[in-house]
Design a binder for this molecule. Structure first.
Ligand code: ZN
Ligand code: ZN
Length: 323
């Protein structure tokens, strides 16, 4: 059930970019589970009535006076979740800007892409890989980037066995990255349609959300925001295996049993946002290895219906809004 539906305001004015920003005409915006956590209040309010959306593909229509030379009017551009870091704290200085306590996010601290226009600081805008439509590119900007970082955090050994728990937008992209890298992928998810999509992409097996995979896993990623699933996922890990939790929000994790879930050097790790380097690395990967992005599409004024479909598990792939 959704407690707090989005309201569509057709009269909202176009945003005014700061000197270091680009003004972007939105062509497509992906729908991410984080939009739901923002609109439902699972995450603290950073800005009242913020416009959600942080997987924005658009066209640059104005470049601020201090926005540098990286983008010109007419360029295709991507706006992702991370839109500011301080560059001065210990985390920023050691290359972990994803942990910057002064960071700001699109669709949480600043208005996002569920709109006709959006702005982005030029230093945090992304050039996009060739060979994709606007709607195919949108989910790469969070689902793709965060999935990519999660895969790094899961420490999958070359040719290893990877488990994916939950198979929505991010997992269906990450599965393809892992397969392209030579992994054996096993999917645990509740939706029959999602299991079918996974098998069609070439995963080795697909079963129910809390089922044990047919083999022990070297690494796993939990995409579903369900803390209960940490237990079967830890149990499925082989000795030395790692579980990375991809989401920004997770329901409570039940008590772990040391012998059953952790001993033999199994690890559980969180994944927090991403660095710009992760984003560039992933987008470059997506240019070298074409990713089949399944994108059910909704008109912008149906954004709320897209979020409801996401909650109810009716979306196979990654939903995209078109203005
Ligand atoms: Zn910082
Ligand atoms: Zn997201």
């Amino acid at each position: 059930m959704r407690s707090d539906p989005l309201e569509f305001d057709a009269s909202a004015p176009a945003p005014h970019p700061s000197p270091d920003e680009l003004l972007v005409a939105v062509r497509a915006c992906g729908v991410c589970r984080t939009d739901l956590h923002v609109s439902e209040g699972d995450l603290a309010v950073h800005r009242e009535h913020v416009i959600p959306g942080h997987e924005v593909v658009g066209e640059v229509i104005a470049v601020g006076a201090e926005a540098g030379t990286g983008f010109a009017v007419g360029d295709r551009v991507g706006i992702a979740w991370l839109r500011h870091t301080c560059g001065e704290c210990d985390y920023c200085r050691r290359g972990a800007e994803n942990l910057c306590p002064n960071s700001r996010y699109t669709g949480w601290d600043a208005d996002g892409g569920y709109a006709d226009f959006a702005t982005v600081p030029a230093a945090f805008a992304h050039h996009l890989p060739a060979g994709y439509s606007d709607s195919e590119l949108a989910p790469l900007l969070c689902a793709g980037i965060i999935g990519y970082r999660s895969l790094l955090r899961a420490d999958l050994p070359p040719g290893g066995r990877l488990g994916l728990y939950g198979f929505g937008g991010s997992a269906h992209i990450t599965a393809q990255v892992a397969l392209a890298q030579g992994a054996e992928v096993h999917v645990m998810t509740r939706g029959a349609e999602a299991r079918e999509l996974a098998l069609g992409l070439g995963v080795a097996s697909a079963q129910g959300a809390a089922d044990q995979p047919p083999v022990k896993l070297d690494a796993a990623i939990l995409f579903a925001p369900v803390g209960d699933l940490v237990l079967p996922a830890m149990e499925a890990l082989d000795r030395g295996g790692t579980l990375a939790i991809a989401g920004i929000h997770l329901t409570d994790i039940p008590p772990l049993n040391y012998q059953r879930h952790l001993f033999q050097e199994r690890q559980v790790r969180s994944v927090t946002s991403n660095t710009r380097a992760d984003a560039r690395e992933f987008l470059a990967f997506a240019e070298r290895h074409h990713i089949e992005v399944t994108t059910p599409q909704y008109p912008l004024d149906q954004a709320d219906r897209a979020l409801t479909d996401l909650v109810e598990g009716r979306i196979a792939g990654a939903a995209v809004l078109l203005p």
